[in-house]
Design a protein around this ligand. Structure first.
Ligand code: SF4
Length: 578
């Protein structure tokens, strides 16, 4: 069966075309066909032309020479796209000299330094290995490699889907600048309606391997002809709030001044174990029974460590984590039966459902363990599958036979099989397309209400947080910098970091083009005073004496306007920001 058929579209000079569609619609296959990277077993018919050159008629050698020169690519996972054994400088020099053999090493190095500047990275990045860089920095290196030879077309396959909103905004800004500098067109594969609206000129919609609709971005957002297109381009209803009533009642989850530190290799030196990174630095929060708390923040903020601590998988070094009445720091001293009982009452659902399920086990076998733990309730495989909206016929399938949405439902079913009281969901929908994501979140909401679950949701999509959580805790470098009812924090954020997160969310409206984003060239935090101050827009606008307070005194969390916020100047009106 063909993966794609009768796919026809054009990308004009200097144009950005977004290729959208559910997983399995044929987006990546189409991109790989354009790049000549489909496996040799694939049969490709038709015509792919780049400025008059018929790409499908090229020999492998001629296509290789063209790739990286006239067509370049930026993939989703820069970790696998960048060879780990080469420094960034060597990678860029190689990319440049491969397509211009007369270029001297000195000239190539000078151009590599220019490329680093173009993508907002400091010159020392040239001496770094890919593993010494953050995900966003690696993606910027990939953009620099892509535009090194001033290509005519860049193909970017989900270039930001694994990144946090602030890092995503920076990588998109870098891609925009680099594309303009190179004078290239862009074929952009993305499942994010905000990214489509903010960056594309035209949109091509794929379904089951065929183009079902295409047109300019405003027309497709305003008047899509297909319901399918409307569902794909509809963002999570950001205006819809789960509840404006602050949840109260006995706590199901309570953290008091929790600390957790990891040793880590420095980003910029080869010395091992020379940095202590505080993943949790005095984290305190409460989730009343039946409520949903969202943990948000960039990678490295400590939100996943906090979620794992609640799931009793990451014991705290100091402080108290109390879950359904049990202090999890006492878990090592508990007997096996008590430990298992606690594990049964608190269940975790991971982002990568496929990776969290054993590929050798059928769905039935995967669910059996949880069901054994709750044998007294009389639940069975078919019943648990029904609970998550899956047919009983799926019970004898293996994970590789399921779609992404089905896998995530099976992971949810496995968690629910033991009848937990607390469900910890770590980015449960971030790998899914918009329609599947909306269905799964609606299911979690329904189950939460029906089964009276308490939920802790790790999320980077603030639209998801708003629609599905009553409470939110915003984390930055191991600290909770702002927390309170979701509608209070998201409607009127008081911490400059919360404001920055909200400002970075792409808006699913083509009339609202993203504002230029300042590129951060160094993410090393200050060691004294407020740890956010090197990125803080508010501090930059403060008079000297107030700004000095940020430099000298570490802010502690205090109650203001219905939420807790750790900023000396949370009361300064927002219009004073630059
Ligand atoms: S304390 Fe100062 S630097 Fe820190 S977030 Fe507040 S204004 Fe910004």
């Amino acid at each position: 069966m063909p993966a794609v058929r009768d796919v026809s579209f054009t990308v004009g000079a200097d144009e950005v075309v977004a290729l959208v569609g559910e997983s399995g619609a044929g987006k990546t296959t189409t991109a790989l066909a354009v790049l000549g990277l489909l496996p040799s077993s694939a049969r490709v018919r038709g015509s792919v032309r780049l400025e008059g050159t018929s790409l499908l008629d090229l020999s492998d050698r001629a296509f290789s020479a063209l790739r990286g020169a006239r067509i370049a690519m930026v993939f989703q996972d820069p970790r696998s796209a960048l060879p780990p054994v080469h420094r960034v400088g060597a990678l860029l020099v190689e990319a440049l000299q491969l397509h211009d053999r007369r270029l001297s090493r000195a000239a190539a190095l000078a151009r590599a330094a220019q490329l680093c500047t173009l993508v907002g990275l400091p010159g020392r990045t040239l001496d770094a290995y890919p593993h010494q860089l953050s995900g966003g920095q690696r993606q910027r290196v990939l953009v620099a490699v892509a535009v090194a030879n001033r290509p005519r077309l860049i193909v970017a396959d989900e270039p930001t889907s694994s990144l946090d909103v602030t890092v995503q905004a920076q990588v998109l800004e870098v891609l925009h600048r680099a594309r303009e500098a190179a004078g290239a067109s862009l074929l952009l594969i993305t499942h994010d309606p905000g990214v489509v609206a903010g960056h594309a000129d035209r949109v091509v919609v794929l379904r089951d391997g065929q183009v079902v609709e295409q047109g300019d971005v405003t027309t497709l957002f305003d008047a899509p002809r297909q319901d399918y297109t409307a569902r794909l381009l509809r963002a999570e209803a950001f205006a819809a709030t789960r509840s404006e009533v602050e949840p109260t009642g006995p706590a199901a989850v309570e953290l008091v001044d929790v600390h957790r530190t990891f040793r880590s290799r420095s980003r910029w030196t080869a010395r091992a174990a020379d940095e202590a990174v505080a993943a949790m630095d005095g984290v305190s929060l409460v989730v009343p029974r039946g409520a949903t708390l969202a943990l948000v923040g960039e990678s490295g903020s400590g939100k996943t460590t906090t979620a794992l601590a609640i799931a009793s998988l990451e014991p705290p070094e100091a402080g108290t984590v109390r879950v359904v009445g049990t202090d999890v720091s006492t878990v090592p001293q508990l007997g096996r039966a008590e430990r298992l009982a606690l594990r049964r009452r608190v269940q975790l659902v991971f982002q990568d459902a496929g990776g969290s399920l054993d590929p050798r086990m059928t769905v039935r076998q995967a669910l059996a363990e949880g069901l054994r733990a709750s044998a007294a309730t009389g639940a069975d495989v078919a019943g648990v599958l029904r609970l998550v909206g899956l047919p009983a016929a799926l019970a004898d399938r293996y994970p590789h036979e399921l779609s992404g949405g089905q896998l995530q439902r099976v992971a949810l079913a496995r968690a629910l099989a033991s009848r937990p009281e607390v469900l910890v969901l770590d980015e449960p929908v971030s790998a899914l397309d918009a329609p599947v994501r909306a269905e799964l979140l609606a299911l979690v909401d329904r189950l939460r209400d029906e089964l009276r679950l308490t939920c802790v949701l790790v999320a980077h999509d603030l639209g998801v947080v708003r629609a599905h959580a009553e409470l939110v805790a915003v984390m930055y470098r191991g600290r909770v910098v702002e927390q309170g009812p979701a509608h209070v924090v998201l409607d009127d954020p008081r911490h400059p970091y919360t404001r920055a997160l909200l400002a970075a969310v792409p808006v699913a409206d083509p009339r609202v083009r993203p504002a230029p984003v300042p590129l951060l060239d160094d993410d090393a935090p200050p060691t004294a005073g407020c740890r956010f101050r090197h990125r803080c827009a508010l501090r930059a606008a403060l008079p000297g004496d107030l700004a000095q307070q940020c430099t000298q005194v570490d802010p502690v969390s205090r109650r203001t306007e219905g939420r807790d916020v750790a900023c000396h100047h949370a009361d300064v009106p927002v219009q004073r920001h630059p």
